[in-house]
Design a protein around this ligand. Structure first.
Ligand SMILES: [Zn+2]
Length: 79
């Protein structure tokens, strides 16, 4: 299972690296809430707390920091 959009779909251009991290955090949080809090609301407090925690974890990972730095470097025009 995966997620892809055809290049002609405008959403494909809005799917950036940071959106990918947010999507991963959201989907992992949904899975964990279903496992550990089966009666909780889909986007309730448990979900929000877990999602925030996962996103914080992903952003501080060395590889995520390297990608972010590289993307920022590519966006900065050479003076
Ligand atoms: Zn959701």
């Amino acid at each position: 299972m995966g997620y892809s959009l055809p290049a002609e779909n405008l959403l494909a251009y809005q799917f950036t690296f940071s959106k990918l991290l947010e999507t991963i955090a959201e989907e992992v949080a949904h899975c964990l809430v279903r496992e550990f809090y089966p009666n909780a609301e889909e986007h309730g407090e448990e979900f929000k707390e877990i999602e925030k925690s996962i996103l914080t974890y992903l952003k501080q990972e060395k590889i995520a920091k390297l990608f972010k730095k590289e993307l920022e470097r590519k966006r900065t025009p050479i003076a």
